[in-house]
Design a protein around this ligand. Sequence first.
Ligand code: CTP
Ligand code: MG
Length: 230
Amino acid sequence: GQAWAIVPAAGYGTRFGGGLPKQYVEVAGMPLIAHALEALLSHPGVRGAMVALSADDPHWPGWDEIAGKPVLRCAGGESRADSVLAGLQALPEEVRADEFVLVHDAARPNLRHDDLGALLERGRNDPVGAILAAPVRDTLKRAGDDGGIDGTEPRERLWRALTPQLFRRLQLTRALEAARDAGIAVTDDAMAMERQGMRPLLVEGDEENFKITTPADLERFRFVLAQRGQ
Ligand code: CTP
Ligand code: MG
C-alpha cells in the first residue's frame, strides 16, 4: 500500500534569517516546501501529504493536491515534534494505527525517488521502521569545559540523521507524546522511538538530501539544481 507523509512546516527559520520563513523561499520558480511535496507526492509509494503550518500562516499557497494526490493541512505546534504530533493526529481516520507513515521536513527540498523507495521498502520490512541517514565524514572532537580537546570520537558508527523517517502511526504518536511528557526535546522522530527502547534501521541516503538551515545551504541547493540543468 501507499504511505501518507507528514510534512512539518510550522517553523520560522530563525537561523536562516530574513522575513520569510525559509520553506517559502523560492528556488527554480517554486518554494522549498513545493520541492519537498513534489518529491514525495510524485512517488508511487506515497498516498497524500499532511502539512503542519504555523497559526494563520499567510504564506501557504493553498494547494489542495499535488501530482493528483491530496494535500491536507493542520496547525503545527511550538516545536517540530509538536508539529509532527499534530500531523499524526490530523491524518484521515482511514489511516490505520499500525500503518507506516513518512515524516519529511518542509525545508529538505532535494529528496530523490530512489532514496524514498529504498526507505519505504527496507523500513516496511523492519519491525520498527527506518530513517534515511548519511555517514559522518568529518573528524569529530570532544571539547572539554575549557575549550581544549578531550578526545577524538571514532566516526565509523556515526551517522547524520536525514528525513524522511518511516514509523507506524500509533507507535510514533506514543513515542512523541512520551518525550513531550518527559520534557525531552527530541530533534528527530527516531530519537523519540529510541527513547522507547526501539531500534529503527539506518538506510543510507544521498548527502544531497540536506536540510536548508542557513543561507549557505540555500546556495548549495541552487548549485545542485544548476548542475542538474534546472
Ligand atoms: N518545524 C515545525 N514546527 C516547529 C518548528 C519547526 O513544523 N515548531 C519544521 C520546520 O518548518 C522545518 C522542519 O521542522 O521544515 C525542520 O526544522 P528547522 O530546520 O529547525 O526549521 P525552523 O525551526 O524553521 O528553523 P530554526 O530552528 O532555525 O528556527
Ligand atoms: Mg527549528
